[in-house]
Write a protein that binds this ligand. Structure first.
Ligand code: AMP
Length: 130
């Protein structure tokens, strides 16, 4: 249980190292890990340690600084793993495809020139996501 009496979300359990994941970046308030079902060559889930906010609208209203930190972490990961160009997707609501109601962004990108895949082109339509 969390302090608010909720069951820990799957992302809280990843942050607590109860469920394995490939963690890509962490700050005091943010954690990022590779998506288990990637939809693009670079697909990283970036979430808040708190599960207090169910979606990006709640996060923006409740803690805009934390949303800005999440975006900043996304940009840092894209600078390292991609060519700094990326999509950031916040599914919001079940009908939009949201399945985990703990705010998170999907960072979707092509690998950068220095990565093993070596393609730095976004390529029209190449990042189709659901
Ligand atoms: P959404 O559908 O926007 O709520 O996104 C949830 C994402 O979490 C999906 O892309 C899943 O593939 C991803 N996911 C679910 N479980 C895990 C896990 N154990 N490790 C990494 N990613 C996960």
């Amino acid at each position: 249980m969390t302090s608010t009496g909720q069951e820990p979300s799957i992302f809280s359990r990843i942050a607590a190292r109860e469920i394995p994941a490939t963690i890509v970046a962490e700050t005091d308030r943010i954690i990022a890990f590779e998506d288990i079902a990637p939809q693009a060559p670079v697909h990283v889930v970036i979430t808040t340690r708190t599960q207090q906010y169910r979606n990006v609208v709640e996060l923006a209203a409740g803690d805009p600084g934390l949303l800005a930190e999440l975006v900043s972490v996304a940009a840092g990961i894209a600078a390292e793993r991609s060519n700094g160009q990326f999509r950031l997707v916040f599914n919001t609501g079940e009908a939009s495809g949201q399945t985990v109601f703990h705010v998170h962004a999907h960072l979707l990108a092509q690998p950068g020139p220095g990565s093993p895949a070596g393609d730095d082109s976004l390529g029209e339509g190449s990042l189709a996501f659901r």
